[in-house]
Design a protein around this ligand. Structure first.
Ligand code: 2HG
Ligand code: ZN
Length: 493
């Protein structure tokens, strides 16, 4: 490895020179002011000190840059839109890592309306990919609240989930093929667009969710759906979490084909949105629970009337106490904005501890009750502000600093409070990271939650595909502690 501070050692200078020859000045950034935005994550949890930020323009350049970095033993951290919630795309602060940004690879290479597929490069934002599909009357059925910045490479490398998972699955369900640059600089062109292809291990799925640790995704073949032409959305106020589940059951029975999203907002979380964004008003009276329902259909269909009928039944059954239905596209977008601004509203409300957890849907009432009680017992005054993708079992069980407590004192309690939530999640058979991944923030939890044969298999895959540990060495896999892992294996056996 290059051991000296950035740009100082002769080895580092040689590598930078070779990268400049390859990528040109526009492709290699080293000035602190130029690299600052690549060196810090969205949440501001990690600030790294990369040797350089490189920005290849195409796959050939990515492959050549990987070969140069591999020869110089300079680790590479691939980066897309830098929207990770867990520091997955942020370099370390040792001055040795090269951030490889895919942001200049922004071509939609192909869109086939008969096959319902598109091939996009890694640097295309999710929103641009959605818009390209929509322009052809098709739907790329993946929606996350950072889709204006998140780029396809990162979306796939982290197996993003988001708002439509209950209906269309996570990112991995949409991937038919990938193009990947491997650790030795070889390019794997696996951009097949086949629904059926049983020819051995499903290699593309290894890279989806690998968080940049196995290879660099440079392009993807994605499955599209017919475009939606009819829509209806409603914001509902509900008395209990159980009533949220009852409404979900009702909608699944009546409108499974049309149900696109079923998003939960606790009253405490929703109340922060108008505080952060005075132009937003909650169109319903204060309630302990809200749900945003979104229906969509690919043919002309009076979905508003359909949704109104289901909500009338739910009100009759006292599951829903009040609801507001969108009557136009503008109103639908306004309802969605309330949900979409939750992250930013929480960021503005103070220090927060994010728990991106999932449990079986039936366990959500117990999760919310037990986690809140446990956290309040540990830290009186802590504000539990859960929201998320109730329709697929993923709740962002976030905690906000108590009023009057210093942010640093609160964040110093992160581990205790996260453990408190995760003890409940574990008891309910859930996961400590539903859709945000492990990144650099949560590697410490891998041995406990995924130890034994599972972590051993992950390590075997890593060492087979990236034996020198070139890609994202700080991400996903914890530093090896064979004794702890062996002990875990024995316990599990
Ligand atoms: C969302 O669902 C994102 O809005 C962000 O996954 C969640 O800020 C969060 O905790
Ligand atoms: Zn989410």
């Amino acid at each position: 490895m290059i051991a000296s501070p950035p740009g100082k050692s002769p080895d580092a200078e040689v590598l930078l020179g070779a990268l400049r020859d390859l990528l040109g000045a526009v492709g290699v950034l080293t000035e602190p002011s130029d690299i600052a935005r690549y060196a810090t994550d969205w949440r501001g949890l990690f600030t790294g000190r990369p040797l350089a930020v490189i920005r290849p323009a195409d796959t050939t350049e990515v492959a050549a840059a990987v070969r140069l970095c591999a020869a110089a033993r300079a680790p590479i951290v691939p980066q897309g839109g830098n929207t990770s919630m867990v520091g997955g795309a942020t370099p370390s602060d040792d001055g040795r890592e090269v951030v490889l940004s895919l942001e200049r690879m922004r071509r939609v290479r192909d869109l086939d309306a008969v096959d319902h597929t598109m091939i996009v490069e890694a640097g295309v934002t999710l929103q641009d990919a959605q818009e390209a599909a929509a322009a052809a009357g098709l739907l790329l059925p993946l929606s996350i609240n950072s889709e204006g910045s998140a780029r396809i490479g990162g979306v796939l490398a982290t197996n993003a989930g988001g708002n439509n998972t209950l209906r269309h699955g996570n990112a991995r369900e949409l991937v038919l093929g990938l193009e990947v640059v491997l650790a030795d600089g070889a390019v794997w062109n696996g951009l097949r667009r086949l629904r059926k292809d049983n020819t051995g291990y499903c290699l593309r799925q290894l890279f989806v969710g690998s968080e940049g640790t196995l290879g660099i995704i440079t392009a993807a073949a994605l499955q599209l759906q017919p475009g939606l032409v009819s829509h209806a959305a409603a914001l509902c106020a509900l008395p209990t979490v159980e009533s949220c589940l009852a409404l979900l059951g009702r909608l699944r029975r009546r409108h499974w084909a049309e149900l696109q999203a079923f998003e939960y907002m606790s009253g405490a979380a929703a109340a922060l949105v108008p505080l952060a964004f005075p132009e937003i008003t909650l169109p319903l009276a204060a309630s302990p629970h809200y749900v945003l329902v979104d229906l969509g259909a690919s043919e002309t269909f009076d979905l508003e009337a359909a949704l109104e009928a289901v909500l009338a039944e739910a009100m009759e059954a006292a599951e829903v106490s009040d609801a507001v239905l969108s009557r136009s596209d503008g109103q639908r977008k306004a309802l969605w904005r309330i949900r979409e601004e939750h992250s930013e509203a929480q960021k503005r409300a103070g220090a927060s501890i994010k728990n991106d957890v999932s449990v079986p849907i039936s366990a959500i009432p117990e999760l919310l009750r037990a986690a809140k009680a446990a956290c309040e017992a540990l830290l009186p005054g802590v504000r539990t502000v859960p929201f998320g993708h109730l329709g697929d079992g993923n709740i962002h069980l976030n905690l906000l600093q108590p009023e009057g407590m210093a942010a640093a004192d609160f964040t110093a309690r992160t581990h205790e409070l996260a453990d408190c939530v995760n003890a409940v999640v574990h008891r309910l058979g859930g996961s400590f990271s539903a859709e945000h991944g492990v990144g650099r923030l949560k590697t410490g939890m891998m041995a406990e939650w995924r130890g034994g044969p599972e972590l051993a298999m992950m390590r075997a895959i890593k060492s087979a595909l990236d034996p020198a540990g070139l890609f994202s060495p700080q991400v996903l896999l914890p530093p090896q502690d064979p004794d702890a892992e062996a002990a875990r294996t024995l316990r599990d056996a």
